[in-house]
Design a protein around this ligand. Structure first.
Ligand code: MG
Length: 202
């Protein structure tokens, strides 16, 4: 099982980090050991002093495929959820300066908490509202209509490089509003107003 993630998929987030708009999706991966399930706490690691939350819609791949055409991509996922793409921004900044890969900044233990998954058929995927509250305060608000690359385009694109397997997860990019988390914070993420992820930083 693998985790594939898209960087820079919402224009407002690109602007807040002063990045350039990509001409094709920015893709990175996380190892399976990044996953936290069932609202397990995130233990703040000693490797970083500046970990940011990035709330994202996550797709769960439902069958094996490669070189998937965009028009057929919808057949390869049945369920969606929310996840946090935790990012060690201090490490990422150092790596970006040197043009080095982001793995250490993105793939550390616990860097991918995920919610339970729900049937995509209950939602309008092109107009999906999601948000993140920290300690009861609204910190990130997103809508999938603001994505640069759609779910189906992302699946088509990444499947040219990686064979997608059942159970693989795709993090589809974060909207604006990323910021630091601290030990003691409680993160609650909601999809269309329904809370589906709720965990603490320890
Ligand atoms: Mg992200």
């Amino acid at each position: 099982m693998k985790i594939i993630a898209v960087g820079r998929n919402y224009t407002a987030h690109i602007e807040e980090l002063k990045n350039s708009v990509p001409t094709e999706p920015v893709i990175f991966t996380k190892p399976e050991t990044a996953i936290l399930r069932n609202n397990e706490p995130f233990y703040y690691p000693s490797i970083s002093n500046n970990i940011h939350h990035e709330l994202e819609v996550v797709l769960k791949i439902s069958k094996v495929g490669k070189n998937i055409e965009e028009k057929f991509a919808h057949k390869y996922y049945d369920e969606i959820g929310l996840g946090i793409d935790f990012t060690a921004r201090d490490i990422q900044s150092r790596l970006k300066e040197k043009g080095l890969p982001w793995d250490l900044a993105k793939g550390f233990n616990g860097s991918a908490p995920i919610s339970d998954f729900v049937s995509k058929s209950d939602y309008d995927l092109a107009n999906l509202n999601f948000h993140l509250d920290i300690n009861g305060e609204r910190r990130q608000t997103g809508n999938t209509s603001l994505m640069i690359y759609s779910f189906d385009y992302i699946i088509s694109f990444v499947s040219q490089y990686f064979t997608l397997k059942t159970g693989d997860l795709i993090f589809t990019g974060t909207p604006a509003g990323v910021s630091e988390v601290k030990i003691g914070d409680r993160l609650v993420a909601s999809l269309e107003g329904k809370e589906i992820l709720d965990f603490e930083i320890k």
